[in-house]
Design a protein around this ligand. Structure first.
Ligand code: ADP
Ligand code: MG
Length: 328
């Protein structure tokens, strides 16, 4: 099942700000964005906000007569195509001629195509339920996610202790709550991907276990120690975030790996990161064991367990910056 999100956009400016937020949830190019919907449902309006947030400073107009328009952006070439006036044959030809693009290709009137030209795509369906209101359904086909069974199996394979599993589940639940707030403010976020990334973020947490860092009354078993030693060997020289990233890449989930990569304090998400990276990083800093707490309480706990590191204040300030950017 592909991931989806729905938005009810009340005016053109909401459509533009929603599309601008899509820029913060992209995971690599080339990618196609296929726009479906009748005339006047807001496809071009959506692309205006999107192009602007990619740094295109020319005003984007519908390429109905020019067929295609190209812009340079920080994420590679942005191609804007409108198939409205083309026959299915002409449409297929135009698409064929741009199939080796290396950036973001946006196609209005994608219903003209028999099938999507590339698998890696985001589909947008627009409808107009009332005068100025537009309904938008986003469907992502550019990221595969592991099943719940896979996640369970990996946890068993790693002999991940129950208290870490509990922590991951609490971070996932809290991150999902935050994602709902983002969606309610009509900003794009991949809630399912975020939840799975949160469930997996500490899969190899034991790689960084230090003496005195455990909750009280928890002792590692000999069996755990043996299993962990083999994982540590496999990811020698890596901290747990990088190890999990490498593991998810090996397993064929490179985008999920990317979300997990920046959840720690050492290589943290910033205001430039994707919305899912920011939310996982932030949610993890708000969950102590399996309880949601304030940032101050969580950082106090870090200090108790690992000592007052010289970087503590900087790390705290970094989380605060992301919290502000998230604007929840
Ligand atoms: P399309 O590219 O799908 O044909 P356009 O974006 O060119 O559609 O046109 C949409 C028209 O509807 C514009 O005139 C826009 O001002 C108007 N409009 C009214 N409400 C909205 C809304 N909520 N979102 C987008 N456009 C809207
Ligand atoms: Mg249009």
């Amino acid at each position: 099942m592909p991931q989806t999100a729905h938005f009810r956009l009340l005016n053109p400016s909401e459509t533009r700000s929603c599309s601008a937020s899509l820029t913060n949830s992209l995971y690599g190019v080339p990618v196609d964005i296929l726009l479906h919907g009748e005339l006047g449902t807001g496809k071009t309006t959506f692309l205006q906000g999107f192009a602007e947030s990619l740094g295109v400073n020319q005003s984007l107009t519908s390429p109905t007569y020019a067929l295609e328009q190209r812009y340079q952006t920080k994420l590679g070439e942005f191609i804007h195509i409108d198939l409205y006036r083309l026959t299915p044959e002409q449409s297929a030809e135009l698409i064929q001629s741009t199939n080796d693009h290396e950036g973001i290709r946006c196609i209005e009137w994608a219903e003209r195509l028999k099938s999507p030209p590339h698998d890696k795509r985001i589909e947008l369906h627009f409808s107009e339920p009332e005068k100025d209101i537009r309904d938008l359904k986003v469907t992502w086909y550019d990221m595969t996610l592991p099943t719940d069974e896979q996640i369970q199996a990996w946890r068993q394979e790693a002999k991940l202790p129950q208290h870490i599993i509990d922590h991951c589940e609490s971070v996932a639940a809290f991150a999902a709550e935050l994602a709902d707030k983002v969606l309610a403010s009509k900003r794009v976020v991949r809630k399912e991907a975020l939840k799975k990334a949160a469930q997996l973020h500490d899969l190899f947490r034991f790689i960084d276990f230090v003496l005195g860092g455990h909750p009280e009354n928890i002792n590692n078993t000999a069996e755990e120690e043996v299993t962990w030693a083999t994982w540590k060997q496999r990811y020698a020289g890596l901290h747990h975030e990088a190890a999990c990233t490498a593991f998810l890449q090996e397993q064929g989930f490179p985008e999920l790996a990317e979300i997990v990569r920046t959840h720690g304090l050492r290589n943290s998400a910033t205001v430039e990161s994707t919305i899912e990276q920011q939310l996982l990083y932030y949610a993890d800093k708000r969950v102590k064991n399996d309880q949601v707490v304030s940032l101050d309480e969580r950082f106090e706990d870090f200090r108790e367990r690992y000592g007052n590191k010289p970087q503590s204040q900087q790390w705290y300030d970094e989380v605060k910056q992301v919290e502000k950017a998230l604007d929840l």
